[in-house]
Ligand binder design. Structure first.
Ligand SMILES: C[S@@+](CC[C@H](N)C(=O)[O-])C[C@H]1O[C@@H](n2cnc3c(N)ncnc32)[C@H](O)[C@@H]1O
Length: 440
């Protein structure tokens, strides 16, 4: 097991995503490998700093991957290490003896010293750099500090916590109260506090596989974070200055796969909905989701930046642009993301977001609206995109709805939501609802 986890860690360090590598792991082993690899990702900065202290000259990549994996799994802290430390050391040394006998003595010496002097070495490692303290690359830490000076430490630490499992109740099939009662009867109690802006969200106190959720197969429930659940109700209701969408309203979901928000839009209203995504390989998941929930939309592979290739010229009453982004708001669910991104990705993705917004705005009907969303905590992918857009469109009268939440940080006491004490933290998200003026 330890060797497979170290291979996953080595893959991330080479730039491969765990979403791509984990599916190749043997199914029986996969849940354990995933849990342990995620654990390592959340302590990788500290483990790398400890390795540098214990062995200043970096060993070959596969030896280093095994060492940092073992160090991260043995790391002291609030969460008990998932392995008994002596078992961990024995297994790491045995694995090295099989793979690279010449390195076994070195691995043994490094890990035994760490077990003898754990507290001192851990303290020294964490003090060595912000990367070791926060388990994020330095450029990411600096960006979060610049964007969110006061809550930066909490935002960074939130990425190392286990995310809650939040469900979305399908109001076409059941009610929130009935779903809550049914879950409780199945031994799956939920948090009592409501999620602001996400009236159909229920967060489990624990976690459960989806097949164990009563009503899941029948389309009563979906799995979706509480912050992500705020997009569809906002677009359908129209915020503070728009009217709710009428039945049959024409709606575009421009970056639809895997279809979580497409489905939620259709759960909330009877819409004439076109769902597109440029990645045809992701569309079967949209179909699968809609089928399970008993919903219908037109689903097509199309590039949202090139409407000339697919748009029939009929304007949309509402557009959802859930744009591709760094995913810096969902690192607690994808803890490898922080190690995979490069600093230049932010500007590159922000340019794509601006291009998508510019390409889709002309498709919005006069008096219609567009909801811009990203699962990022970086201002460059949120408010900065909207500010630049509004400046360009000022003459044409585009306005941001005052009820737009803007940046939502992945914190329980969200500054954007002072009215929500007790609600479990949602992911980091950005939502801005833009209105197009009616024709004079
Ligand atoms: C954040 S995900 C969307 C998640 C989805 N809205 C949901 O709630 O399940 C972004 C999606 O945008 C798609 N995408 C990226 N660039 C695109 C483009 N130019 N045109 C259409 N889709 C695009 C990606 O393939 C990806 O599926």
């Amino acid at each position: 097991l330890l060797v497979v986890v170290a291979q996953q860690v080595a893959a991330v360090r080479r730039g491969e995503s765990l979403s791509a590598t984990l599916p190749a792991v043997d199914t029986a082993m996969r849940p354990a490998v995933q849990a342990l690899t995620f654990h390592v990702m959340r302590r990788l900065g500290a483990a790398q700093a400890a390795r540098a202290l214990l062995a200043p000259k970096a060993p070959p990549p596969e030896v280093d991957a095994l060492l940092v994996t073992a160090l991260a799994l043995a790391w002291p802290g609030a969460a008990p290490p998932p392995y008994a430390v002596h078992t961990l050391v024995d297994q790491a040394v045995a694995a090295m003896r099989r793979q690279r006998p010449a390195a076994a003595g070195f691995v043994n010496a490094v890990l035994r010293r760490f077990t003898r002097e754990t507290e001192a070495i851990a303290a020294q490692a964490v003090a060595a750099s912000p990367q070791a303290r926060f388990n994020h690359p330095t450029w990411w830490i600096e960006r979060v500090r610049r964007d969110w000076p006061q809550p930066a430490p909490a935002v960074l630490d939130a990425a190392d916590a286990h995310p809650p499992m939040t469900l979305r109740v399908n109001p076409r099939r059941t009610t929130v109260d009935a779903a809550r009662a049914r879950l409780a009867a199945a031994g799956l109690p939920t948090h009592a506090a409501p999620h602001p802006g996400a009236p159909h969200a229920l967060t489990l106190l624990g976690a459960a596989p989806v097949h164990a959720l009563p009503g899941f197969a029948q389309g009563e429930l979906s799995v979706q974070d509480a912050a992500a659940q705020r997009a569809a109700p906002l677009l359908v209701a129209g915020g503070a200055i728009g009217a709710p969408l009428r039945a049959g309203a024409r709606v575009l979901d421009a970056c639809a796969a895997p279809g979580g928000k497409t489905a939620q839009l259709l759960e909330l209203a009877d819409l004439d909905l076109l769902a597109i995504d440029h990645d045809a390989a992701r569309l079967p998941r949209v179909h699968h989701t809609l089928d399970r929930l008993g919903l219908r939309a037109e689903v097509r592979a199309a590039d949202a930046v090139e409407p000339a290739a697919w748009w029939d010229g009929r304007p949309f009453d509402a557009v959802l642009l859930d744009a591709p982004c760094t995913a810096s708001g969902i690192v607690r669910r994808h803890p490898d993301v922080r190690w995979l991104r490069r600093p230049g990705d932010v500007a590159r993705l922000a340019a794509r977001q601006r291009a998508l917004l510019a390409a889709l705005w002309p498709l919005v009907a006069p008096g219609g609206r567009l909801l811009y969303a990203t699962c990022s905590v970086f201002r460059a992918e949120g408010q900065d995109v909207i500010d630049a857009f509004l400046q360009r469109e000022a003459g044409a009268g585009a306005v941001a709805d005052p009820a737009s939440p803007g940046h939502l940080l992945p914190l329980p006491e969200n500054p954007a939501d002072p009215a929500s004490p007790g609600a479990p933290a949602g992911d980091g998200f950005f939502l801005s609802l833009l209105h197009k003026p009616r024709l004079a």
